[in-house]
Design a protein around this ligand. Structure first.
Ligand code: SF4
Length: 191
């Protein structure tokens, strides 16, 4: 299955087809800024670990992106590689960290300026969320339905609707974890 071939290179295409908006947003921010701040790195790298990206591929992915910006490979190894290994349970106390659930993402660490973590349905400015939904291919009617849920603080239902529209499925897929979103997407796409 596609799961057996998760590589740094495959993330671009997975992010478009199978990532929830929170993770697609982090992926795009990393790709364009060649950097992510602390909570963004944590939210995204634990998600990537959870979908099955091997440690070596994760290191390659982050090293590549960071070195396109202002972080040299040397600096990357000294300041960032440890944390990535650590989150995979390969350093320090060898605790393996768990990817964040929607509830955790929605309720903790409010993103500030230049942060890209969080849940778009909760944390994006309304107009920006609308624009993004359009940019990601949602029709006006779909966007309105998603916005209604987001505006009523039903962020996970907004995400569920987004999933249904993005996958053109009638199936009800309640979303409570970004990794579960990915699993359900892979199941629908690959059977
Ligand atoms: Fe991500 Fe969960 Fe928000 Fe969906 S509801 S965008 S999976 S945090």
């Amino acid at each position: 299955t596609a799961r057996d071939h998760l590589t740094a290179e495959s993330l671009d295409s997975h992010s478009i087809k199978s990532f929830p908006m929170c993770m697609r947003n982090l992926h795009e921010a990393l790709k364009s800024n060649h950097h992510l701040r602390h909570y963004g790195r944590l939210q995204y790298l634990l998600f990537l670990k959870g979908i099955g990206l091997p440690l070596e591929e994760s290191l390659k992915f982050w090293r590549n992106e960071f070195s396109k910006g202002s972080i040299s490979v040397d600096k990357f190894e000294k300041e960032y590689a440890y944390n990535i290994r650590h989150s995979y349970g390969k350093e320090g106390k060898r605790t393996s960290y768990t990817p964040y659930s929607c509830l955790k993402i929605i309720t903790s660490h409010m993103p500030g300026n230049n942060d890209y973590h969080g849940c778009p349905f909760k944390h994006f400015e309304r107009e920006f969320l609308k624009q993004k939904l359009k940019q990601y291919g949602r029709s006006q009617d779909e966007t309105n339905q998603i916005m209604d849920h987001a505006d009523s603080n039903n962020y996970q239902i907004a995400c569920q609707r987004y999933f249904e529209f993005a996958h053109k499925t009638e199936e009800i897929v309640p979303i409570n974890h970004p990794n579960q979103y990915f699993e359900q997407s892979m199941r629908l796409i690959n059977g």
